[in-house]
Design a protein. Structure first.
Length: 497
């Protein structure tokens, strides 16, 4: 095979095309027209685009990439370890992202994975000048998007001031759509009513969340209830028939009170304004109590190691000075049914007794983590990734032959070249695998026992700080499952060699 033909085959790339049609009325090509032009570009530039690598988001704003499902699917595929995509082709850079910050982040992420982004209507020259032009295009797109966003925001603000609800209605209500006001949901309306009644009867957020979960009730998104979800219901003026708009920034941080818009809504309330004020007064009282507590934030050498035997959640360390200990964080949120609280001294003694018992026993179970073979393992992993890419290339050259792009002679030559490359890679993997020399079990057991003995010496040393103890703990112990009901431990050890 001539060098020119071999070079053409080896340089053949796999591409993905991304199509997005905006929600605004800007002039743009239809999805079919974009697709046709993008595929023509791919064909002219020796880029294969499988049907499953065509991604399209319809009627979705480009301001936030996380809200574009097809885009996110494409990015996840492009940065996967199989590296199935070499190039992403778009009609305009604004189709990829209108927010320059996100554009730079995603392009940098793709660049680290050797994936380039190409705009067929905005070709760039190589070098610094090309990068400058690309930034200017992105600035213009972002400026246009910000202007458009401002117009949309003004329209939504006017709509909110008229009392129209512009989001999905909260738990207890349904959103009919088509400009119709929210209506009560007969299947969930009892949930906010129960939250209100229990809170005014003296129940805590934690008790309310646990009751809701025990009854099998879920949040609007189908999750288990926690204290934050309960508080959101109690603070929401929606339930007294009032619309609240523009009260958070980026979904979480509260905006200044003078920027929040309140208006009478056009839906049926669940409780009156006097009840709402009573709830807010009690919430304010509870908040002052919480802020006045002396809660320790000190770390412990067992932090992050202890696991709840009921739900698998981590036991968090905290509590007042005279009652410090560990508790399942999911139980604290009302998402675990069993308390696993144990004070500091008892759990420390349990761990020490367990490790001392291990040294006196016969066999010790542990997992081996090989750091000495890390370089060889890393090289083997890279070679195996190359084998996966070879498999993809083999499929592509076969498809090129079946689709009439390559002749039978070209296909045979390409196949032979790939077979030689596969043989070389498989030989290298075999040699690297044979170089790994595992140690005998007796040697490993002795090392494990010595590590346990060293760990005991450190954690029993009153002069050692918690950082030293914690680091030593993590070198020997992967995690510890604590069973509060039986006051027992299951310690999972590891040996790094």
């Amino acid at each position: 095979m001539e060098n020119k033909e071999l070079s053409r085959i080896l340089e053949r790339k796999t591409g993905a095309i991304y199509i997005r049609v905006s929600t605004d009325k800007q002039e743009e090509l239809s999805p079919d027209a974009q697709k046709r032009l993008l595929l023509e570009y791919a064909k002219d530039h020796n880029i294969d685009v499988p049907a499953e690598f065509i991604f399209q988001d319809n009627g979705i704003s480009g301001r936030k990439a996380k809200k574009r499902p097809a885009f996110q699917q494409m990015i996840a595929l492009a940065k996967s370890k199989e590296h199935p995509i070499d190039t992403i082709i778009v009609w305009k850079f604004s189709r990829f992202a209108r927010n320059q910050e996100e554009s730079i982040v995603y392009k940098s992420l793709l660049k680290k994975n050797d994936v380039e982004v190409v705009s067929i209507s905005e070709p760039l020259v190589d070098g610094p000048f090309g990068s400058l032009i690309e930034r200017i295009i992105e600035w213009m797109d972002e400026y246009y998007s910000i202007r458009l966003s401002g117009e949309v925001m003004r329209g939504m603000t006017e709509n909110a001031m008229r009392g129209n609800y512009q989001s999905d209605a909260p738990i207890g209500y349904l959103s009919p759509g088509n400009g119709q006001p929210p209506v009560k949901d007969p299947n969930t309306v009892q949930i906010p009513l129960m939250i209100k009644d229990m809170f005014l009867s003296g129940s805590t957020f934690f008790q309310i969340a646990r009751k809701l979960n025990d009854l099998g009730y879920q949040t609007k998104r189908g999750n288990m209830w926690d204290t934050r979800g309960v508080r959101y219901v109690l603070e929401n003026p929606f339930y007294i028939g009032k619309s609240r708009w523009n009260y958070t920034e980026r979904g979480r941080r509260l905006k200044p009170a003078d920027e929040v818009i309140y208006a009478d809504g056009n839906w049926e309330a669940l409780w009156d304004e006097d009840t709402y004020n009573q709830i807010q007064q009690r919430l304010s009282t509870n908040l002052r109590k919480i802020r006045s507590r002396d809660v320790s934030s000190a770390k412990h050498w067992l932090s992050g190691i202890l696991i709840c035997s009921s739900c698998g959640g981590t036991l968090a360390y905290g509590g007042a000075h005279d009652h410090r200990g560990f508790q399942c964080w999911k139980y604290s949120k009302g998402q675990c049914n069993e308390s696993h609280f144990i004070s500091t001294a008892p759990i420390e003694n349990l761990v020490i007794d367990y490790l001392e018992h291990l040294l006196d026993s016969g066999d010790i179970a542990y997992s081996v983590i090989s750091s000495s073979a890390a370089d060889s393992s890393s090289r083997i992993a890279e070679l195996e990734r190359q084998l996966q890419k070879l498999s993809a290339k083999e499929k592509r050259i076969k498809a090129a032959y079946l689709n009439g792009i390559d002749t039978l002679e070209e296909y045979k030559a390409n196949k032979n070249a790939l077979s030689e490359e596969r043989e070389l890679i498989e030989k290298s993997i075999s040699e690297l695998s044979g170089a790994l020399d595992p140690q005998s079990k007796d040697t490993l057991d002795k090392k494990m026992r010595q590590n346990i003995a060293d760990l005991l010496s450190v954690i029993k040393d009153e002069s050692a700080d918690y950082v030293t103890k914690g680091n030593m703990m993590r070198n020997v112990v992967d995690h510890i499952v604590f069973d509060r009901k039986n006051t027992s431990l299951d310690v999972f050890l590891k040996l790094v060699i």
